[in-house]
Ligand binder design. Structure first.
Ligand code: FHN
Length: 667
């Protein structure tokens, strides 16, 4: 575990080359942080009028005009706020860093900003919260980190305005707001000592262009090259569950870690850093009427689950306006702390599990000398005391139960290691068994059969994914693979068969057997004509439909050639694209038809994709075996009202698809 003093020193070290990814060891080893959402929204505490369901979004959700909402600053006087107490509780819970809202979407700054009067100095309290948090955190060995919202419902130059607002947008200059944002970020990164993470948020609105995100990241890199920046500095998230943000077309994912929110990904992504942020109750900001509190068991198991997938857990508290934490949060943080006191060795500075999902709990691992400690956090304690560790090839050295001197027996049963556990678990949430093994983990995974399908015309390529150091041995006659069966990682199947494959290690089968049958299919004969010119014949129709009509029975409103299938921007319109598909060789072809509203693809008279109905942009996929030659092909589409979209891509299964048009079709 990197000494936090060293971590803090490294964060302060400003000789790092600007714009390179900062050193993240301290953050990865920390694994567990405290999120704090605090601001003026704590004053109404979730209630506005008769509604008591609000949180930190109360200004927008309850449509409170800026001039009314601002008045909360006159009531914000957290006389019971004690940063040392907050950091002591974070320490007790086993949290290694704290991320606190310096400014949320409402635009109010908890710090003394020289570029804004809408800050803590405008309240009766008049003391800089960030200063107190930074000082107390460092004093207690916790890394201080800042949350800062890009979206700002208060600043006159922020756009877009809330839809319900009466403040005119005319005259607002987003670039002025952007300069203000940069000025506050500069204050946050230069006035409070070394900061661990800049945790941006509110990046999703259309005005936050990629250029702004890139520039904001560059400012952080320049001012604080060792401060980690999350991926919300720019617009890359694909929703709350997205881990890192796939490239959104206009830009690649940016920032140093992904931020799935209120969600734990099914698996981690090797080489990708991420942190799940989550509330203890149902709101980020304080709600005095909260009843939906997660249990301590749930929170502990979330922490174990996240870390077993290589992620960090950022757990949120919404303090009250008086500066105290809700007791329900205090109780849970203390209970988590009691669990961490015994089991934190299985959390801090560990790496993701080497196993696929374990039915009874989770695993983390840590290199120790030439060996590895495997930490098995057991959720479901075996009634017979027999814990089966599946497919572990390493020589087990010894096992122990964290927090207990009880003996843990270790034996081998084929590819599995059996741990004999004492009668009862130590904690109902999770009890941790440490198994020390030689070397790095050798896990016998059942091989994964990777193929573009189970059907083929002439041949289908099959790949086997198998654990490192393992051999994939297979049979094609439905018998179980033996040590003498052939071993490959890639196979071309040309006859119908039942494939069976297993992992072998040291001449022995060490995994279950994966099975898959492959069937030959007869391609549809080519019944079309080559046509006299490339492209589609597009015919247009007018009408008001909820589903595709029978265009053959309707009067046409015009026809022309078209290189690709494409929607019209009009409403109450239908289109038919007809031609002869030029199939280059016998094979199974996959088609992806995307449309708003409905659409359908027919090849050789057979419906291949049915994407009919009233819906937004939606893609459906279909396959068909086709012989080399020309095949009649028809795409029908309609748009009732609103948005319109239509596109068609295709390709042989197992190959990337491309737009179907031009030379692919003739009429
Ligand atoms: O809109 C905010 C929300 O209020 C809260 O701050 C969460 C925490 O990550 N972030 C945004 C929603 O993604």
């Amino acid at each position: 575990m990197l000494a936090l003093g060293l971590a803090l020193a490294m964060i302060a070290n400003d000789d790092a080359a600007a714009f390179k990814k900062p050193e993240m060891t301290w953050w990865k080893e920390a694994r567990f942080g405290l999120f704090i959402h605090w601001g003026l929204y704590a004053v109404p505490a979730g209630k506005w009028g008769e509604n008591t369901g609000y949180g930190e979004w109360i200004m927008d959700s309850a449509r409170i005009p800026v001039s009314t909402y601002e008045k909360f600053k006159d009531q914000f006087n957290p006389t019971k706020f004690n940063a040392d107490e907050w950091m002591d509780l974070a320490n007790e819970a086993g949290m290694k860093y704290v991320v606190i809202t310096t400014k949320h979407h409402d635009g109010f700054a908890l710090f003394d900003s020289k570029v804004s009067d809408y800050d803590i100095m405008a309240t009766p309290y008049k003391k800089d919260i960030m200063r107190q948090i930074a000082d107390a955190a460092r004093k207690k060995g916790i890394v201080p980190c800042w949350y800062h919202s890009i979206m700002d419902w208060h600043h006159p130059d922020y756009l877009p305005r809330r839809g319900w607002e009466t403040r005119p947008a005319l005259g607002a200059e987003f670039d002025h707001y952007n300069r203000y944002l940069h000025a506050q970020v500069k204050e946050l990164l230069t006035n409070y000592g070394p900061i661990g993470v800049m945790w941006f948020d509110g990046e999703w609105e259309s005005t936050w262009l990629p250029k702004y995100g890139t520039a904001l990241l560059a400012q952080c890199r320049e001012l604080a090259p060792n401060t980690i920046v999350n991926n919300r500095v720019s617009q890359v998230r694909q929703g709350m569950e997205d881990v890192m943000g796939a490239s959104s077309g206009t830009q690649q994912a940016v920032g140093d870690f992904g931020t799935p929110e209120q969600h734990i990904p099914a698996t981690g992504t090797p080489g990708q850093d991420w942190e799940t942020c989550m509330t203890i109750g149902g709101h980020w900001g304080f709600n005095a009427y909260e009843t939906d509190w997660k249990s301590s068991t749930t929170l502990i198991r979330n922490l174990v689950d996240i870390v077993s997938k290589g992620g960090n857990y950022l757990l949120n508290v919404g303090p009250r306006a008086d500066g105290t934490f809700p007791p329900q949060c205090v109780d849970r943080l203390k209970e988590i702390g009691r669990w961490m006191k015994t089991n934190s060795e299985s959390i801090y500075a560990t790496e993701a599990s080497p196993f696929d999902a374990l039915p009874w709990g989770r695993c983390t691992q840590k290199k120790v000398g030439t060996g590895t400690n495997l930490y098995f956090n057991v959720f479901d304690w075996p009634k017979d005391g027999r814990l089966v560790v599946p497919g572990l090839g390493n020589t087990p050295k010894r096992a122990r139960l964290l927090g207990s001197r009880s003996a843990v027996g270790v034996s081998r049963d084929g590819a599995n290691v059996i741990l004999k556990l004492p009668g009862k678990p130590l904690h109902e949430a999770a009890s941790c068994v440490v198994l020390e093994v030689e070397g790095t983990p050798t896990v016998y995974r059942t091989p994964e059969i990777v193929s573009p399908g189970n059907e083929f015309v002439d041949m289908i390529r099959v790949q086997f994914k198998v654990g490192e150091g393992m051999e994939a041995r297979y049979t094609l006659d439905g018998t179980d693979p033996k040590p003498t069966s052939p071993k490959v990682t890639m196979l071309q199947i040309v006859d119908e068969c039942e494939l069976r494959v297993a992992a072998f290690h040291g001449g022995k089968r060490v995994s279950d057997i994966a099975k898959r049958s492959f069937v030959r299919v007869k391609p549809m004969a080519a019944t079309g004509a080559p046509g006299t010119q490339s492209g589609w014949m597009m015919t247009e129709y007018k009408g008001n439909w909820d589903r595709l009509p029978d265009f053959d029975s309707l009067p046409r409103s015009g026809s022309r050639s078209s290189d690709t299938v494409a929607a019209s921007a009009d409403e109450f319109v239908g289109r038919r694209f007809a031609g002869n598909l030029r199939v280059p060789f016998d094979g199974i072809y996959e088609f992806a038809l995307s449309s708003d509203d409905g659409s359908r693809l027919v090849v050789g008279g057979k419906v291949v994709v049915d994407n009919d109905g009233l819906h937004g942009a939606e893609t459906k996929v279909g396959r068909i075996a086709l012989a080399r030659g020309n095949h009649p092909i028809v795409v029908d589409w309609f748009n009732k009202t609103g948005g319109a979209a239509l596109s068609l891509t295709w390709g042989p299964i197992g190959s990337p698809k491309r737009p179907l048009g031009g030379a692919d079709v003739g009429h």
